[in-house]
Design a protein around this ligand. Sequence first.
Ligand code: IPE
Ligand code: IPE
Ligand code: MG
Length: 247
Amino acid sequence: MHDISTDFSPSSLPRHVAVIMDGNGRWAKTRRLPRAEGHRRGVEALDRVVEAAVRIGVPALTVFAFSSENWRRPEAEVSMLMRLFASGLARWEKPLADAGVRLRVIGEKSAFPEAVQRAIERTEKATETGSRMHLNIAANYGGRWDVLQAAQAAVAAGEALTPESISGRLSTAADGEVDLLIRTGGERRISNFLLWQAAYAELYFDDALWPDWGEADLLRAISWYVGRERRFGMTSEQVLERRVESN
Ligand code: IPE
Ligand code: IPE
Ligand code: MG
């Protein structure tokens, strides 16, 4: 394993990191535990990763907690996830507010049980002035839904449909494009996550299962990201020239 740098210059850090937290069920299965235990341990991994992201200085972190397709899971698992979500929100309220983290839940919130919607509102309110990091929890989220709702809002405001009028209305508009998209759990797919925002993201796939993730894994992903050459359509030579000019 290569050395993991922990000292990144702020300009080299990804401004917006997104994570598809996958592998809770398989983590539990290999241990002959119920899937619910995998999800509980997944929440603990999220605690570790949020803390690490704040420490490292990542400005925005968006995590996929529940997709619009996850309603298709067995009812018992869905209701367990709802309870876990509501209790997590209540537990995070104070630590996040103290750490200066602004939490927002992105997704179609009206589909959630009342108690979950109230928990969301409370935690969002309690953390709304946080400016150290933005934490977006994607729940009942789908990338196609996000693009559609943004386009519908632009049309309703009488604006022409342009990349800017849509970008500015996406649920993560304040955090811009995704620089680094991480998926744990070994699958190499997007699963309808931040489709528009991740158009130029660097994609990092890790076979480790989400409940095993923590600070060292995030640092490894960020070190990998820092070593990428992001060309945005240009040639490598052009990218180097620009770098010299801006120094
Ligand atoms: C991700 O873990 C968490 C959610 C989708 C809620 P999974 O539950 O998808 O875990 P696997 O993919 O079955 O291992
Ligand atoms: C994607 O994981 C959604 C979350 C991590 C919440 P899934 O495990 O549901 O993805 P697919 O359906 O296997 O692609
Ligand atoms: Mg999965």
